[in-house]
Design a protein around this ligand. Structure first.
Ligand code: ITT
Ligand code: NA
Length: 199
């Protein structure tokens, strides 16, 4: 069966396809861009889980096919969890990764390393056309660098150094990132649920 990946973020989509295929799902994985007539849902939730469910339900309802969605972001300890669900538009323009990252670094200023703790969070949701829903979450803890490093990944990857590593997420290979990432953890947990509900 076809499974819709309810995202228009190219970086996410690439990771999702690899993570779900590695998890042994043999469904045909299709991005939301295959359904340009489905309007983007308003992310009115106040949690990653609520927003992931909104996105998954919107695609499942509009297409009559099962859909999975990701809502994710960077939560900074010293900022009380911000940017959190606002990570994609922290500097104002949706999806302007470089501006978002530069603003965040400016907000942190020269706060010293022991106070630069943060984590990536991801909620992975599955919705079926009949309204059935499941959602699971994953996290990647680390610290924020003072300057960006690396060219891999997307978003805030050049400034998040995972706990126990000396590199940023943008300096990891795609496989290395997926093995430890918030997205990898969440969707590896969702994969057996997809298999159970869709066969
Ligand atoms: P869709 O809603 O279409 O999936 P989006 O980019 O709007 O795309 P989100 O609302 O979930 O998705 O925002 C996610 C933002 O969080 C993303 O733009 C990045 O800034 C950040 N982010 C999430 N996962 C990340 C990762 O693995 N590495 C770096 N930044 C990440
Ligand atoms: Na969001």
């Amino acid at each position: 069966t076809r499974l819709i990946l309810a995202t228009r973020n190219a970086g996410k989509l690439t990771e999702l396809k690899a993570i779900l295929a590695d998890a042994g799902l043999d469904h045909e994985l299709v991005g939301a861009d295959a359904y340009p007539e489905v309007p983007d849902v308003k992310e009115t939730g106040v949690t990653f889980a609520e927003n992931a469910l909104l996105k998954a339900h919107a695609l499942a309802q509009a297409t009559g096919l099962p859909a999975v969605a990701d809502d994710s972001g960077l939560c900074v300890d010293v900022l009380g969890g911000a940017p959190g669900i606002f990570s994609a538009r922290w500097a104002g323009r949706h999806g302007d990764d470089r501006a978002n990252l530069d603003l965040l670094l400016a907000q942190l200023g020269d706060i010293d390393d022991p106070h630069r703790g943060a984590h990536f969070a991801c909620a992975a949701a599955l919705a079926l056309p009949d309204g059935t829903e499941r959602v699971v979450e994953g996290r990647l803890p680390g610290t924020l660098r003072h300057t960006p490093a690396g060219t891999g990944g997307f978003g805030y990857d050049p400034i998040l150094q995972p706990e126990g590593d000396t590199r940023t997420c943008a300096e990891l290979t795609a496989a290395e990132k997926n093995a430890i990432s918030h997205r990898g953890k969440a969707f590896r947990a969702l994969a057996p649920v997809v298999r159970e509900l869709l066969g």
